[in-house]
Each structure stands twice: as structure tokens, then as C-alpha cells.
Design a protein around this ligand. Structure first.
Ligand SMILES: [Mn+2]
Length: 320
């Protein structure tokens, strides 16, 4: 059931022991949301703990700080930035049908929780959590400000993506006023890379191929390359955006070999090319500028199928 901000606050205020859930392969937004809300609820005298199917990637640790992981039977279960129960992952699958409150910003939210506060206009879920914390009347200390700023900055690609609004900037400005360490956060998120990340980028960029008169760039990552580089799943996050940086490229395709075989495909596009239409044709989905799908086939066959799916998009956008 969809609810408004006031009702979400009433649910949070009425609880004593709150379990917060973040999505699998956690990113800065789902973690920033959980930590910020958890810290705010702790200020209201409540017990809180966070559960997630995967460990927190080390790069977020210097920003997020610590949240107590108390063992208690929750009287309120809150999912943050999780659009669908499929994104819970194995570790917290047991809570899929027990979520009391979901706070999310995806238009695709499947309304799986008993109560859902959703705002697809929020660039980051942390933008919505910022409003929740303000409505709860909890003062935003520097630690909460760091967590919220982290989510907003990462979900907007450091305020570059088209989801960024005037509200996004206002929230970020207020958070800097509350002590968010914006320069440190943006450096750690957007400039600093691990050696493994640089190595996997180097190997992947070596595989680049151009198609459709260089309007489409394709790279791939094999299991062998992954093992050689030592890169983890979360260290591959920025890779699929790389080929789109190339002048004249409107569609960037990254094929990633999965452990059990087959390829995870990431498509990034520039307007008006619709990445989600390309992936939908292959059984996947996503957003207009960023989408994904999975193809269980050899590298060459998977590549051919993606290029076939991209062809109508590139042709129709040519006429515009
Ligand atoms: Mn998000």
C-alpha cells in the first residue's frame, strides 16, 4: 500500500527495534539510506541493525562509520532502495514477505511491502531519507550528513546524470552545511581506484570493438580476466560506463562472463537511444540510459544478439 511521508514517520516513531534491509551487491545509495536512517532512529532511542546479503564493499567503510549490529527480534522491518524482493539476495530472502515499510525511489517499485513510501522523482533514495529524517525532527549531524551525501552523489554520478534536479542540489547543499565531507566522499567514489580496478579496466579496454560506424562500442570481461586482475563484483561497477565516454559513441555494451557460464550484458546509451528497449528485446530491462540482461551463450553469439537488438535503435535515432 502506498503511503505518504507522515505515515512513514508514524510507523518509524511507533517502533522500538528496527531492522533495516539493503539490497544485494549494495551501493552507496542503499547503504547511505540504511546508515543515515539507522543513526537517526538511534538518536530517537531505538535499537537498530542492518542486514544485507552481501558484505559492505570496503570503499564505503571510511564514509559510513559504524552501525550497531544488535541481535533482537525486530518490531519493524524497513527496506531501503529495494524496488523488488528479487533484489534481496539469498542472505535476507527470509524477509521478502515480512517488510513493514519500504522507502524507495524506483518507478518500478513492485509494492511488495505492507507500506511503501516511494518517490520516483528523487534522484537518490537518500534524497527521500533526508526528508524522512527532517520530518522525524532529528538534527542532521556530520555522520548522518556524510551517509546521505554519499547516496545522493553516487546515484547521480556526482550530479552529472539527468536524474539530478534542483531539489537534489538543495539537499546536497544543506548536507554540506551540516558537515558532509563532500570533497573526500567524491574523491573516494569517483577518483580513487584500486589496483585491481585499473587492471580490469586495462584488460577490458583492450577488447574494444566498434560497430555501426563507431556509434556502438563493445567491450568484454572474461572469468580469466577477472581472476587475473583480482577485481571483485563491486569493483566492476564503473566499467560499463567507460565506452560511452568515447566521442561519437551512443551505445556502450559490456559483456561480463558469469561464473556459471553465459554473459551479463550492460548497455549504456546517450539520448535518444533507449538502452532499456535493447535489453527488453533480450529478456532484460532497466532505465532509458542504463539497462541490462543475461544471455546464456558463447561470447561471439551473445555479442551478435546484442548488436542485432541495438540495430533498430541506432537506425531510428539516425532519422531524428
Ligand atoms: Mn538508489
Amino acid at each position: 500500500m502506498k503511503i505518504q511521508l507522515e505515515q512513514a514517520c508514524a510507523l518509524l516513531q511507533g517502533a522500538q527495534r528496527v531492522l533495516l534491509l539493503s539490497h544485494q551487491n549494495p551501493d552507496g545509495d542503499t547503504l547511505g539510506s540504511a546508515f543515515a536512517l539507522g543513526l537517526a532512529l538511534r538518536q530517537l532511542g531505538k535499537q537498530v541493525r542492518l542486514e544485507c546479503s552481501d558484505p559492505v564493499p570496503p570503499k564505503y567503510l571510511p564514509i559510513l562509520g559504524e552501525l550497531p549490529f544488535g541481535a533482537f527480534e525486530p518490531d519493524l522491518i524497513v527496506a531501503v532502495d529495494i524496488a523488488d524482493p528479487q533484489l534481496f539476495g539469498k542472505g535476507i530472502a527470509a524477509y521478502r514477505e515480512r517488510v513493514d515499510l519500504c522507502i524507495d525511489h524506483h518507478s518500478s517499485n513492485s509494492d511488495y511491502a505492507a507500506h511503501t513510501l516511494v518517490d520516483p522523482g528523487a534522484a537518490a533514495n537518500c534524497e527521500l531519507i533526508y526528508r524522512v529524517i527532517n520530518a522525524l525532527g532529528v538534527p542532521i549531524d556530520p555522520q548522518i550528513a556524510d551517509c546521505l551525501y554519499l547516496g545522493i552523489s553516487t546515484d547521480t554520478g556526482c550530479f552529472r546524470y539527468s536524474n539530478t534536479t534542483a531539489h537534489t542540489h538543495s539537499a546536497a547543499a544543506a548536507l554540506i552545511g551540516c558537515g558532509a565531507r563532500h570533497a573526500l566522499i567524491n574523491r573516494l567514489m569517483f577518483e580513487t581506484k584500486s589496483h585491481a580496478q585499473i587492471e580490469i579496466e586495462r584488460l577490458a579496454m583492450n577488447t574494444i570493438e566498434y560497430h555501426f560506424g563507431a556509434r556502438c562500442a563493445v567491450i568484454h570481461v572474461t572469468q580469466e580476466m577477472l581472476q587475473h586482475s583480482g577485481a571483485t563484483e563491486s569493483e566492476l561497477d564503473g566499467l560499463s560506463a567507460k565506452p560511452r565516454q568515447i566521442e561519437g559513441v551512443d551505445v556502450a555494451v559490456t559483456l561480463r562472463e558469469k561464473e556459471g557460464g553465459g554473459y551479463k550484458i550492460s548497455v549504456r546509451s546517450n539520448a535518444p537511444v533507449d538502452a532499456s528497449a535493447i535489453c527488453k528485446a533480450l529478456g532484460g530491462g532497466g532505465h532509458a540510459r542504463a539497462a541490462g540482461c543475461f544471455i546464456r551463450d558463447t561470447l561471439e553469439a551473445a555479442k551478435t544478439r546484442v548488436l542485432q537488438a541495438a540495430a533498430p535503435q541506432l537506425q531510428s535515432s539516425e532519422q531524428e
